[in-house]
Design a protein around this ligand. Structure first.
Ligand code: NAD
Length: 431
């Protein structure tokens, strides 16, 4: 059955709240986006024809500050997916105590079939169409699926041309030369691994992370194989998750995948070599001395840590019963449907919910905004330390709330986040 992300998040808003009573008035505000812009974007293609793309920018709730959220370029994009993702951003920013609201954008297009010139013209036209809907004190976009720092470079240039100001804080995830932050490129994955480290301590798996001050001995349990991890998705979040998991957390990355399928090696993959192979061939599949597997087989592998890092609804009631992991770390947004969640909870899988687990991206985006507003540039070391503090702090707030109230991790995370959004709405006199 097709799962609608917006409906899933709306359901979670109602069912995953353990603290404040959700009155009909509150529910009405929390279950709808506050502002939506739907645009048609004409772009001149390389063959001289004009193609019109459909785009969106949705600001879900700005009670706690300006909207923040990525921009996706994807052929299957829908307004409901963007609404769901914008709602998730609202809760994520609140949970991680960032002074930001939640937003998301998207364009229905297939970047894989477009030239670089076409993508640049589309990116610029998208920003022109958004006009004053965005800005450092209104709504600040960033990269997401099939957009990257190059896309953000074109977009910030277009934004600055329009406003006539070098206002670099209007977009994050930019190249370093345009006010981008150290550590932003792998911040989502790194932040997620900080959570896994804490969850592994909690579940007794034993995963540590090397740092400059802790050059690290991994949990070497005399001859036992290193803890295993399986990763779905090999884009910005997925391949950095694989690299950090192997090189810094000392895990065996036994399987990875992209949209075409996956590969398996019980001994653990050489991630740098897989990255090279994907660059050369366009896919992780057919990597020497590994077994090709499908994305559904990958999700059902026995492993210590399962990391969905692709799209939403990877785990539904159809496959939840076959998930065989100790920790499910949601690096992707919305990878688990509400029905699947109850099955996983019954199986005793420790879930690190998306709004907690993948907050590293928006945290370093926030650091980027602060640096831009102060015309400053922080060191990578400082960023990693502050990111660790924020992720580890949030993980333990959620864990403690979950234990104290005997509720699942997602419910604890949603409750903490919703309380903060409701407090801000109350203080503003909205409710
Ligand atoms: P990306 O475009 O860089 O990579 C997406 C990857 O998913 C690609 O490897 C693609 O091949 C793979 N993929 C697409 N469809 C798939 C399918 N059906 N099965 C398996 N793999 C598939 O995107 P990204 O930035 O890495 O984002 C991945 C996820 O992480 C998304 O859910 C995104 O919302 C979330 N996220 C991203 C960030 C960020 O900073 N980029 C922050 C928070 C959350």
């Amino acid at each position: 059955m097709e799962t609608n992300l917006f409906e899933s998040v709306r359901e979670n808003i109602c069912t995953c709240i353990a603290g404040p009573e959700l009155t009909p008035n509150l529910e009405a505000v929390l279950k709808m986006p506050m502002k939506e812009l739907h645009i048609s974007i004409p772009v001149k293609m390389d063959d001289g024809n004009i193609k019109t793309f459909q785009g969106f920018r949705i600001q879900y709730n700005n009670a706690r500050g300006p909207g923040k959220g990525g921009i996706r370029f994807h052929p299957d994009e829908t307004a409901d997916t963007i609404r769901g993702l914008a709602a998730i951003m609202t809760l994520k920013c609140a949970l991680h105590e960032l002074p930001l609201g939640g937003a998301k954008g998207g364009v229905v297009c297939n970047p894989k079939s477009m030239s670089e010139g076409e993508l640049e013209r589309l990116s610029r036209a998208y920003i022109q169409a958004l006009g004053c809907f965005i800005g450092p004190d209104r709504d600040i976009p960033a990269p997401d699926v099939y957009t990257d720092e190059k896309t953000m470079g074109w977009m910030i240039d277009e934004y600055c041309r329009q406003t006539g100001k070098a206002e670099f804080g209007a977009i994050t995830g930019k190249p370093i030369s345009l006010g981008g932050s150290e550590g932003r490129h792998d911040s989502t994955a790194r932040g997620g691994w900080f959570c896994i480290r804490e969850a592994a301590r909690e579940t007794g798996i034993g995963i540590e992370m090397k740092t400059k001050t802790y050059p690290g001995e991994y949990s070497d349990k005399s001859g036992e194989p290193a803890p295993s991890a399986v990763i779905q998705g090999f884009g910005n979040v997925g391949y950095n998750a694989a690299l950090i998991g192997k090189e810094i957390s000392g895990c065996r990355i036994i399987a990875v995948s992209d949209s075409r399928g996956g590969i398996l090696s019980e001994e653990g993959l050489d991630i740098l070599a897989v990255i090279k192979h994907k660059k050369k061939t366009g896919s992780v599949q057919n990597f020497p001395e590994t077994e090709n597997i499908t994305n559904s087989q990958l999700l059902e592998l026995k492993t210590d840590v399962l990391i969905p890092a692709a799209l939403e609804n990877a785990i539904t009631e159809d496959n939840a019963d076959s998930i065989d992991a100790k920790i499910l770390a949601e690096f992707a947004n919305g990878p688990t449907s509400p029905m699947a969640e109850s099955i996983l909870n019954e199986k005793g899988i420790h879930i690190i919910p998306d709004i907690l687990c993948n907050g590293g991206g928006v945290i370093v985006s926030y650091f980027e905004m602060v640096q831009n507003l102060n015309l400053d540039h922080w060191s990578e070391d400082y960023i990693y330390r502050r990111l660790d503090e924020k992720m580890t702090g949030a993980y333990h707030r959620v864990l403690e709330y979950s234990k104290k109230n005997s509720i699942p991790m997602r419910m604890a995370a949603y409750t903490i986040a919703l309380e903060k959004v409701i407090d801000a709405m109350t203080a503003r006199g909205w409710i």
